[in-house]
Design a protein around this ligand. Structure first.
Ligand SMILES: [Zn+2]
Ligand SMILES: [Zn+2]
Length: 157
C-alpha cells in the first residue's frame, strides 16, 4: 500500500517540479518508509547522508515540507519542540507529546468518535478529522526528573 502511495505522490511531485532532485527525493521516501512512526528531519538526514553524502539538511527539510504540502505527511509541532512528521495515512490515533525528551507517543481515544458524532448531531458540523494532543512528561522523564530532584536535594545537605 505504501509503495503505491509513494508512486502516486511521486507522480504529483514530479509533474510539479523539475526532475533534477528526483533521485535524492526517492531516497528520502525510501528512508521515510523505514523510519519511526514520528520522525524529524535530522533523523532522515542522518540516514540519507550515509547513502548520499552530498545531501544537505535543508534539502531534506524542503522535501519533507513538500511531502506535507501534497498530503503525504502530516506535521506535528508543539511550541519550540522539533517538528515531527508522520505518514498522513496513519490516522485513527492521537498523540502524547513529552516536553522532557520530545518524544511522541500514540494512544487510542474511542471517546473522540463519540464526540464527532455528537458535534455532527448538535452543531451540524461535519467533522472529517480530529486529533487529541496531550502534553506532559513520559514515565522515563518523570523518573529522570525525580532523580534529578533527589540529587539536588542531597547536594543541598
Ligand atoms: Zn520524555
Ligand atoms: Zn502519530
Amino acid at each position: 500500500m505504501w509503495g503505491k502511495l509513494t508512486m502516486m505522490v511521486q507522480g504529483v511531485i514530479d509533474s510539479k517540479l523539475n526532475r533534477r532532485n528526483t533521485k535524492q527525493r526517492q531516497l528520502i521516501l525510501e528512508i521515510m518508509e523505514q523510519a519511526d512512526e514520528h520522525f524529524d528531519a535530522e533523523q532522515i538526514y542522518e540516514r540519507v547522508r550515509q547513502m548520499s553524502p552530498s545531501i544537505s539538511l535543508s534539502t531534506v527539510y524542503r522535501n519533507l515540507q513538500l511531502f506535507t504540502k501534497v498530503g503525504l505527511l502530516r506535521e506535528h509541532q508543539f511550541n519550540s519542540m522539533r517538528r515531527r512528521y508522520e505518514i498522513a495515512t496513519r490516522s485513527g490515533h492521537h498523540h502524547l507529546m513529552c516536553i522532557g525528551c520530545g518524544r511522541i507517543f500514540e494512544f487510542r481515544c474511542p471517546s473522540s468518535e463519540g464526540l464527532k458524532t455528537r458535534i455532527t448531531r448538535e452543531e451540524g458540523f461535519r467533522v472529517t478529522d480530529a486529533e487529541v494532543r496531550l502534553v506532559g512528561y513520559c514515565p522515563e522523564c518523570q523518573r529522570r526528573l525525580s532523580d534529578k530532584n533527589a540529587n539536588a536535594e542531597l547536594e543541598r545537605r
